[in-house]
Design a binder for this molecule. Sequence first.
Ligand SMILES: *[C@@H]1O[C@H](CO)[C@@H](O)[C@H](O)[C@H]1NC(C)=O
Ligand SMILES: *[C@@H]1O[C@H](CO)[C@@H](O)[C@H](O)[C@H]1NC(C)=O
Ligand SMILES: *[C@@H]1O[C@H](CO)[C@@H](O)[C@H](O)[C@H]1NC(C)=O
Ligand SMILES: *[C@@H]1O[C@H](CO)[C@@H](O)[C@H](O)[C@H]1NC(C)=O
Ligand SMILES: *[C@@H]1O[C@H](CO)[C@@H](O)[C@H](O)[C@H]1NC(C)=O
Ligand SMILES: *[C@@H]1O[C@H](CO)[C@@H](O)[C@H](O)[C@H]1NC(C)=O
Length: 634
Amino acid sequence: MLLSQLFLAGLATFASAARAPVTRVLHESRRSLPAGWSVVRRAELDTILPLNIGLVQSNLDNLDAYLMDVAHPESPNYSKHWTAPEVANAFRPSAESIDAVRTWLADDGWISAERIVLSKSGGWVMVNVTVEEAEHLLGTEYYVYEHAEDGRQHLACQGGYHLPEHVSKHVDLVTPTLHFDVKIRRHGSADSSVTKQLGSVGFGASPKMGGPVHTIFTDLEHCDEVITLACLRTLYDFVYTPFAPGRNTIGVVEYTPQSHIPSDFDVFFGNYSKGQIGERPKLVSIDGGSLVPGGDIGESSLDLQYVMGLVGKKQEVLLYQVGDAVLSGSFNNLLDALDGSYCTFKGGDDPIADSFYPDNSPGGYKGPEDCGDKKTAFVISTSYGYQEADLTPAYMQRQCTEYGKLSLTGMTFVYSSGDSGVAGFGNLCLNDEGEQIPGTSGTSFNPTFPGGCPYVTSVGATQVVPGNKVTDRESAVFQRFPSGGGFSNVFPRADFQKGAVTNYLGKFPPGYAQDIFNDSGRAYPDVSANGLNYSVAADGVLRLISGTSASAPTVASILSAINDARLAIGKRPIGWVNPALYSSKFEGAFHDIINGTNPGCGTQGFAARPGWDPVTGLGTLNFAALLPRFLVLP
Ligand SMILES: *[C@@H]1O[C@H](CO)[C@@H](O)[C@H](O)[C@H]1NC(C)=O
Ligand SMILES: *[C@@H]1O[C@H](CO)[C@@H](O)[C@H](O)[C@H]1NC(C)=O
Ligand SMILES: *[C@@H]1O[C@H](CO)[C@@H](O)[C@H](O)[C@H]1NC(C)=O
Ligand SMILES: *[C@@H]1O[C@H](CO)[C@@H](O)[C@H](O)[C@H]1NC(C)=O
Ligand SMILES: *[C@@H]1O[C@H](CO)[C@@H](O)[C@H](O)[C@H]1NC(C)=O
Ligand SMILES: *[C@@H]1O[C@H](CO)[C@@H](O)[C@H](O)[C@H]1NC(C)=O
């Protein structure tokens, strides 16, 4: 061991003596640990790490232009979406990038060429290394960290890692390095044992569980107390019967152990949509995803009942159930299943932030990880989210790019904007070091992910003001939770929203000090929908559930109906909708929300104002006004 190391070290010196000196640059860094983690000790130098080097995709500079070409309503190529192979070819990492990384690893002298493997997708260079080798390659130190809550341990490098300058530009990110397990599987409010069972939701955007519905209303007189399908149809002028249900597709994503009880659909439909009794979503199991008896049922019941009820009897709804009951899953597990060119299971996903299959623990999913083998839906609704501060910029950028690539094929990604106003989950805000700490005045706003990704449509929450009629203008939600909204610290302001956001900041300056929020960041949400007191059947009883978790499925259902209408007249689906929604062609297609704020971090947050605002976006959807605008587009 010692001998060979000396030999290799000698080789390295020799090899590098022949070349120009290598300048190393900081490739990724993390300013602080995610909440709950602390360092325990240095990692043992002989621990083996599966080092995965994610190559930059080629052509990404053009992604935005390609998308605008098919998504901007003024473009003659509107809706001329690409095929999946066209997308994969356009962005495949270049041979130059693969060579640069291989050459660096091999020439360094510590790693022999036959140990280096290229992933099937061509996107990742993989090599098993010891901690000692990784530290040498990356100019960093590895430590063992422990989580305060459950004592689980995790290996990560401290502060940052380095790559030679000429290699850095070919690499997105290297794992395992700085990324932490931030999957949040349970944080249900502990109001009662029932709420505990029903209430926990992954990733921080948990729906707020209320009590049971005491009187079941089916009229429109009580929409200020309980939201039903009928209330939503009236609020958003959304009355529609599908014409092309066989061709149209919509999916709802749930992350195990979120689950549902099938008979609850009949309790819901029995009260609110009798013709749909007996209907169930079509399960698309990803990485062993299945219904978990005794799982948490609040989120899934809410999302599925409302999407199924809103899109109506004829339209099948796909349920993407992601992850087994042991490991669960993350957004990347879903994206892998939908896109074989992103798919990275043989060295690719972050083994810490994402789940790896087969899962050898008892009860784990023993099959291979899904990779590009699941059908994509035109619209996908997701009511889960992270804080940006939980993840690293490279991880977020890689995932955001993937939403963009899939949108090029005509998909629409709808995400809830979060339930903590300008703060993060649990009212955590950011200090000067970027750490998440309890929010008080002076702490910075804590944006959600992927709300800041320009290629998703982020949805905030509104409510009917108590005492008002369903036909009165809604307010930003102010009972039970504040709607997530603000400005990304990672993604720059998107072109499609420049006018809208400049208008807001110019006319209604929020008046905060420079470092409280990042006024050059991508601003969210894009639109909003009611998020308060939805009547949902959960475990045989109708209960009130609130959150942007409710708003996202409502918006997704309306966008899906627009796809149906376009498909019915021989047109393509709408895909990435943001450039259209913000364009002048769509002025007047929203119910502008001009009242309410989204407090957090010891402030009132932002205020809802005429036009776009970082509380309710452009407003709630007016289906009757949106439909003709989308139908006239090519
Ligand atoms: C539209 O598509 C055609 C053919 O793919 C392409 O040549 C053209 O540059 C695209 N954009 C515009 C604005 O015409
Ligand atoms: C790393 O080691 C694991 C376990 O032995 C093996 O399955 C995997 O193929 C190895 N990866 C590479 C890139 O050699
Ligand atoms: C929502 O329900 C709660 C009871 O759970 C009630 O106190 C509140 O007034 C309701 N608000 C609206 C606007 O429906
Ligand atoms: C309506 O919901 C209640 C639960 O709150 C349930 O007991 C009842 O059976 C449902 N009605 C129908 C017609 O299914
Ligand atoms: C503000 O956002 C930009 C992206 O537009 C980012 O580069 C910058 O680092 C952010 N600033 C802070 C303080 O987070
Ligand atoms: C505006 O929002 C406040 C809470 O922020 C609420 O008390 C008030 O009733 C709302 N007014 C209107 C007109 O929506």
